[in-house]
Design a protein around this ligand. Structure first.
Ligand code: ITT
Ligand code: NA
Length: 198
């Protein structure tokens, strides 16, 4: 059993590989298909961008494809970087520069105003089917110093009050249990095998 995920983000690829391995699926990502095009994310919402990625690649491969569009919504920044999280500090994605820019923009903002939410929209597309869409969110606070070396992206700055740790200090297993992506995958699990059959 193989599942194709339309991502070139190595951090996402690693999380999905682990999540689906537990369900008996082997994950392939676009890192395994270097010949496939980069899908331009021209949408205005997470769902539009996830649809673009999943539906374009499903059409090319003629098989079911899952895509993830995700990002960090920071309240003190009126929701930025949001759908632009990967390219906050410019293209190509530079996680260190993104984190530095986030800290810089929050200079002087007190702890109680540093609330933020990770969002994940997953779209599962297959040729000649209406796509399946699920989402998950995870609330936290933006710290002032990066902590931890697990995970990827903004994880070292995303403090989770319930755990008293940043997302990058959590084990990979724990992050997958409680993260925006983990929650979205849990919803998908309830629906996708039926959806694939119909
Ligand atoms: P693909 O489109 O190829 O999947 P991408 O990195 O461009 O890769 P997105 O457009 O969905 O994907 O951008 C998501 C960005 O949001 C990602 O690069 C991180 O900066 C951030 N992000 C999403 N989920 C995250 C997580 O679990 N931990 C840390 N940062 C995350
Ligand atoms: Na992207």
């Amino acid at each position: 059993k193989t599942i194709v995920i339309a991502t070139r983000n190595p951090g996402k690829a690693k999380e999905f590989t682990k999540i689906f391995a537990e369900k008996g699926y082997h994950v392939k990502t676009l890192l395994d298909y270097p010949e496939l095009p980069d899908v331009e994310e021209t949408g205005k919402t997470f769902e539009e961008n996830a649809r673009l990625k999943a539906e374009t690649i499903a059409e090319i491969l003629k098989q079911p494809v899952l895509a993830d569009d995700s990002g960090l919504i920071v309240d003190a920044l009126d929701g930025r970087p949001g759908i632009y999280s990967a390219r906050f500090a410019g293209e190509p994605t530079n996680n260190a520069a993104n984190n530095a820019k986030l800290l810089h923009e929050l200079t002087g903002v007190p702890k109680e105003k540093r609330t933020a939410t990770f969002h994940c929209t997953l779209v599962f597309a297959a040729p000649d089917k209406e796509s399946l869409v699920v989402e998950g969110e995870w609330s936290g606070e933006i710290g002032t110093i990066p902590r931890g070396d697990h995970g990827f992206g903004y994880d070292p700055l995303f403090f989770v009050p319930e755990e008293q740790q940043t997302a990058a200090e959590l084990s990979d297993e724990r992050k997958n249990e409680i993260s925006h992506r983990g929650k979205a995958v849990a919803k998908l699990r309830d629906q996708w095998e039926n959806w694939l059959k119909n």
